[in-house]
Design a protein around this ligand. Structure first.
Ligand code: SAH
Ligand code: SF4
Length: 345
């Protein structure tokens, strides 16, 4: 079976060439061509015919196929991809000053079934392979180059699209290694953030196995009972164990953990919730992102008024926890957090 070129690290490619008595420098030429220059056509440069033949025989260059694009009034772009198996996934390009953050999917659908999330409602289809994750980035870059020339700068990557990244640990890890490689895309480790609902088996492997990228935890409630209503796997992996394993992570200098807190009207937006979050996180290297709930067709929850969100932030301020209120981008094309569902596109 052919290997996915877009999931093969520079070191692995080099070793494979060496083991087959081919010039290992071709690894550098090929990674430069396909990842740095982001060319789709076969590499025309200085590579022997023998090496070209070897690459063709042993690698495929499949990427998810961009099927449709929705552009929001605020310039957020939702990209819908079709995988070779027919499943669909989504990525979102979030603009800031003619640069972008890309929100990637790690799975088609999600098995965690969070009650507030449109992806969770869709159910689990399958985990993505590393080249399908990397491919979302490459195709989004090409789309920008064709449609917003001069703006093809995707500086940050967040694993906040469809899926629970730590439930697809190995492929997500492999994709991060490709993103970080200085022979290819060369994205800084502090520019990549993986968001988890608290999938403990993945958190336990994090220190040993994951490259030093950022971690975000979807907290959403400091109380186990309420958190379980929102995130059912909290029953199996209660918050205390999750927080303990995050506290045990070795952070780089200046590195923080982001805690995402979804604010739902009359459910987890009271002052007592804010104080409990404050007590839970005070003294930790923590940032909080407050995300007002984004409604989707059929959702059972409501977004609180802005004033409630501001009061929540003020309370966290008293615990000296840096807190941001995340604005909602792309909600007119269902591209905001939690609005991704490819069963309706
Ligand atoms: N599965 C991972 C990452 C994808 S979800 C996780 O759960 O962390 C990315 C973020 O969007 C999470 O913080 C998630 O809780 C949030 N989210 C999901 N549904 C939402 C909704 N309807 N409104 C606002 N944020 C939502
Ligand atoms: Fe999955 Fe995250 Fe949505 Fe929960 S919030 S269902 S973990 S994508």
């Amino acid at each position: 079976m052919k290997k996915a070129f877009y999931a093969t690290s520079f070191d692995d490619l080099r070793e494979l060439l060496l083991n087959n008595n081919l010039n290992p420098h071709a690894a550098s030429t090929l990674h430069n061509w396909h990842f740095k220059k982001k060319k789709v056509e076969a590499c025309p440069e200085n590579i022997s015919l023998k090496t070209k033949g070897f690459v063709n025989d042993n690698f495929h260059f499949h990427l998810p196929k961009l099927e449709s694009v929705l552009q929001s009034e605020d310039r957020t772009v939702k990209l819908i991809f079709k995988l070779t198996c027919g499943q669909k996934i989504e990525s979102v390009l979030i603009p800031f000053n003619k640069k972008y953050t890309i929100c990637l999917s790690s799975q088609a659908g999600c098995a965690m079934k969070c009650s507030f999330c449109f992806t969770g409602v869709q159910g689990f289809k399958r985990s993505l392979l590393a080249h399908e994750i990397v491919g979302q980035y490459l195709e989004a870059w090409r789309w920008l180059k064709q449609n917003r020339l001069g703006e093809e700068r995707i500086l940050n990557i967040v694993f906040m699209g469809q899926g629970e990244p730590l439930h697809n640990f190995n492929e997500v890890k492999k994709s991060c290694e490709i993103f970080l490689s200085t022979h290819g895309l060369s994205i800084g480790s502090q520019k990549i953030t993986i968001s988890t609902s608290g999938y403990l088996p993945g958190l336990k492997k994090w220190n040993k196995e994951m490259p030093p990228v950022n971690l975000a935890l979807s907290l959403h409630s400091p109380f186990d009972e309420k958190r379980t209503q929102l995130i059912p796997i909290n029953k199996k992996y209660p918050l205390k164990g999750v927080i303990n394993s995050i506290d045990a992570l070795k952070l780089q200098k200046k590195q923080f953990i982001t805690y995402e807190y979804l604010l739902i009207y009359d459910f987890n937006d009271a002052q007592i919730d804010a104080h409990e979050v404050g007590q839970l996180l005070a003294g930790k290297r923590a940032y909080v992102n407050l995300i007002p709930f984004n409604p989707f067709p059929g959702s059972q929850y409501k977004r609180p008024p802005l004033q409630t969100v501001k009061v929540f932030k003020k309370i966290l301020d008293t615990y000296k926890i840096p807190t941001l209120i995340r604005d909602t981008k792309g909600d007119d094309v269902l591209a905001a957090c939690g609005q991704l569902n490819t069963s309706i596109n």
